[in-house]
Write a protein that binds this ligand. Structure first.
Ligand code: KIV
Ligand code: ZN
Length: 515
């Protein structure tokens, strides 16, 4: 019988907690819908005790997402476990994931606890979590650098009291494929291993996360944890889309099956995440990078034309890249728009469809033909714009070649607390003037590091996608915006950065108030 491997998606927890990847509760819910549509077995929706915002986001996901198990992370403390238990309560299928570090370094320097104290804490945490749900995952943080005998003792103890999934994190991305396969073979024979699911959670510090996760699977892991686009602490987690496509493409080799994974949702999920977090994926990224299915060299094109399989081991449509390009126009109705959005991998709730439809009508008035790329940019831009707290009410820029005058931008912003701010700025260039005016209106001067804008389809009236990068003393932020007007796309991306900074400050303040 072929074994079944569970896909555990931690985009919204390990991914979201990485600097520069934060999302609002609404954006997390939107991503959770997408991850559920992709068919992940478990969604780790956040870390309930981290802040009231995290708690609310998990609760919202638990209330609205059907299908996957909804999970919340907790340290091995009663406060964290109570928070997780309450946050996931509305979900039909619930999991509490509790963890404590077990390696010598963490024991001595972080926890300052003995082996026995840690083991007792782990057991107590699992018992308490079981009062909320019978689906409890236990992780030994930094398991890879933990003595095997001790790891075995801890795992056997938590299995004995009822943990159902045992996760073995490579917290610092240190292991190698051979080493982790061997460790999983060892763990597969500890007492009670046959009653639980062994799980792997690899970080990518040495660029080995996906290879290590797949090696763990060969050693006996039957749950793989990862995040879309490989986001996560430091160099990130295993890229879940790479895991999924490796298991699908090399089923002959891995000989396991996944449950209900809709691989054709992968591309749009990756795009949505990039837009929402403001972090584009690198061009040559496996599976979802722009170049992953591009064949520009003459030799490759020749082969591809003769038979795609000469250079393609997967088809673009497998991950949801549509090769057909239906053109919509100003007479296209809501149903046509919705069905095209579905084809591109975006399921829009009624209110989302309504706001995309309004924007689509404006766009169809400006340009006769709306291509898939334009529509995708509209949908992504709308998902980002919903982040707040500031919205751009108007932007007017005057620019030209009059030597005596500088370009001038007038901006009006509205804050969700009701404030309305206007600013006028002149600068050497129109983009610069627009950015300075936005900063002045929001009261947040920033040092721009990078700005880019490119059209998503052909023609002079195409939609433009813009990204902006800004560094503050503590962090780097990226923003994303779209419009047929390049300056407006840039302004939206710049405002997206300002919104991220403000949201982060609010979140930090709420965490500080808690502790
Ligand atoms: O990397 C890690 O150790 C973790 C655990 C909390 C599972 O993310
Ligand atoms: Zn992690």
């Amino acid at each position: 019988m072929i074994d079944y491997v569970r896909i555990f998606d931690t985009t919204l927890r390990d991914g979201e907690q990485a600097p520069g990847f934060s999302m609002t509760a609404g954006q997390k819910l939107r991503m959770a819908e997408k991850i559920a549509a992709m068919g992940a077995d478990i969604i780790e929706a956040g870390f309930a005790a981290a802040s009231p915002g995290d708690f609310d986001a998990i609760q919202g996901i638990a209330a609205h997402i059907d299908g996957p198990v909804i999970c919340s992370l907790s340290r091995a403390t009663s406060g964290d476990i109570h928070a997780s238990g309450k946050a996931i309560a509305p979900a039909k299928r619930q999991r509490i994931h509790t963890f404590i570090a077990t390696s010598p370094l963490h024991r001595e320097y972080k926890l300052k606890m003995s082996k026995n104290e840690i083991l007792d804490r782990a057991v107590a945490a699992v018992k308490l979590a079981l009062e909320y749900t019978d689906d409890v995952e236990f992780s030994a943080e930094d398991a890879i650098r933990t003595e095997r005998e001790y790891l075995k003792d801890v795992f056997e103890a938590v299995i004995e009291v009822g943990a159902t999934t045992i996760n073995v994190p490579d917290t610092v991305g240190y292991t190698t494929p051979e080493e982790i396969q061997d460790l999983f073979e060892y763990l597969s024979s500890i007492k009670g291993a046959d009653k639980v699911i062994l799980s792997t959670h690899c970080h990518n510090d040495l660029g080995l996360a996906v290879a290590n996760s797949l090696a763990a699977l060969r050693g006996g892991a039957r749950q793989i944890e990862g995040a879309l686009n490989g986001i996560g602490e430091r160099a990130g987690n295993s890229a879940i889309e790479e895991i999924i496509m490796a298991l699908k493409t090399r089923q002959d080799f891995f000989n396991v099956k996944m449950n209900n994974i809709a691989t054709d949702q992968i591309y749009s999920a990756s795009k949505l995440l990039s837009a929402i977090t403001g972090n584009p994926v690198q061009r040559n990224k496996a599976i979802v990078g722009k170049n992953a299915f591009a064949h520009e060299s003459g030799i490759h094109q020749h082969g591809i034309l003769a038979n795609r399989e000469t250079y393609e081991i997967m088809k673009p449509e497998d991950i949801g890249i549509s090769e057909e390009n239906i053109i919509l126009g100003k007479h296209s109705g809501r149903a046509a728009l919705n069905s095209r959005a579905e084809k591109l991998g975006f399921t829009l709730a009624d209110n989302q469809l309504q706001s995309v439809f309004v924007e689509f009508k404006k766009l169809a008035d400006e340009k006769r033909e709306v291509f898939d790329g334009d529509l995708e940019a509209l949908i992504l831009g709308q998902a980002v714009g919903a982040g707040g707290p500031w919205t751009l009410q108007s932007l007017y820029v005057a620019a030209g070649s009059d030597a005596g005058r500088q370009p001038e931008a007038t901006v009006r912003l509205i804050h969700e607390d009701g404030r309305e701010e206007t600013a006028v700025k002149t600068a050497a260039g129109p983009i610069n003037a627009a950015f300075m005016a936005i900063s002045a209106a929001a009261g947040l001067p920033l040092k721009l590091e990078h700005f880019s804008a490119q059209s998503v389809t052909g023609g002079k009236d195409a939609m433009a996608e813009s990204t902006v990068r800004v560094s503050t003393e503590f962090e780097t932020y990226q923003g994303f915006g779209t419009s047929t007007d390049t300056i407006l796309a840039g302004a939206k991306a710049y405002l997206d950065v300002i919104n991220r900074i403000e949201r982060r400050a609010v979140r930090q303040a709420s965490i500080a108030a808690q502790h």
